[in-house]
Design a protein. Structure first.
Length: 312
């Protein structure tokens, strides 16, 4: 059985109600041609006329008068369904799939979520932590936090705050091995390597004066998660390139020291990323707003303290 032409029935109901193709087109915000084509489809499908129409007169046929009542019911039911759906969608409820890098997710996203879940008790969050790049569409992910300088893409992106990376080591390590004067000196140091770094074992730096320098590093430990390097760092086994949101407390407390402070790796940023396309569900919109407020520069805890102390 063919699918009912619900659009044509809705248009017929509006034509019968207003007594005019033009008025129906205006009410629905469509062209007169769209209304005419819908009526033609419906009459061809039924095999008889529903309307007598000339340049001066407009009237329903006998069949048209009978079917106009049913068409009006179809239109009213459709409008009621949409109104109910819109009312429900305006109330944040349901599950949101949120993806984040492992270290940032554990250190900052997970601790923030109780505040969000308390504010929106009908929303549930499926937090997916992975340092690998997640395909949002294929993975059914609603929102992702990505730490990168993102290239243009079809995804919707909102930049939240910059991420600085420091070469850090324990005071005991530098007491034993000496402090590198510039990045190229790191080739003679034990370097703890984050395996998912885009440049691999080559660390790139930019000096305050714009000079660039790269060095290929090696050391006793590499890991697919930056947190996994922290114990070896604090034990004085080497140096690592760590993001500020992970290392700031240890630097503040003196447990780690920043080497080559006039040199910095290319900047990154924390970004909110969502699939492109139609209007967002309320549950997604409120989570986006919450994360944006929590992790913008000046709101995130590590940016607040670093701002008070000045750049390290």
């Amino acid at each position: 059985m063919p699918i009912p032409d619900l659009e044509a029935w809705a248009i017929f109901a509006k034509v019968a109600e207003t007594g005019s193709f033009a008025a129906a087109a205006s009410d629905f915000g469509v062209s007169n041609a769209t209304v005419s084509k819908a009526m033609k489809r419906l009459e061809e499908r039924l095999g008889e006329r529903l309307i007598h129409r000339t340049s001066r007169r407009f009237s329903l046929t006998e069949t048209g008068r009978v079917l106009a009542v049913r068409a009006a019911q179809i239109l009213a039911e459709g409008e009621a369904v949409e109104a109910e759906a819109q009312a429900k969608s305006s109330q944040p409820r349901g599950r949101v799939r949120l993806a984040a890098p492992m270290s940032f997710g554990v250190s900052h996203v997970a601790p923030a979520l109780p505040d969000f879940l308390t504010a929106y008790p009908e929303v549930t969050v499926d937090l997916q932590l992975d340092d690998r790049l997640v395909d949002l569409v294929a993975g059914g992910v609603d929102v992702a936090l990505r730490i990168a300088e993102l290239a243009d893409s079809s995804l919707m992106t909102r930049r939240l705050c910059p991420v600085r990376r420091w070469v850090v080591g324990a005071p005991s390590y530098f007491a034993r091995r000496g402090m590198p004067a510039r990045p190229r000196d790191l080739k003679d140091h034990a370097c703890l390597v984050y395996s998912y770094l885009a440049t691999g074992e080559t660390w790139r730096f930019i000096h305050l004066d714009g000079t660039e320098e790269s060095v290929r590093v090696k050391g006793p430990l590499s890991a697919t998660n930056a947190d996994a390097l922290q114990d070896a760092l604090l034990a004085g086994l080497g140096v690592a390139m760590q993001p500020d949101f992970l290392a700031w407390e240890a630097v503040r407390d003196g447990r780690l020291v920043v080497a080559c402070p006039d040199w910095a790796p290319p900047p990154l940023a924390i970004n909110l990323v969502t699939p492109a396309g139609g209007p967002r569900a309320a549950r997604v919109a409120v989570l986006l707003d919450f994360l944006a407020h929590r992790f913008t520069a000046g709101s995130a805890p590590w940016t607040l303290e670093l701002a008070e102390r000045g750049s390290i």
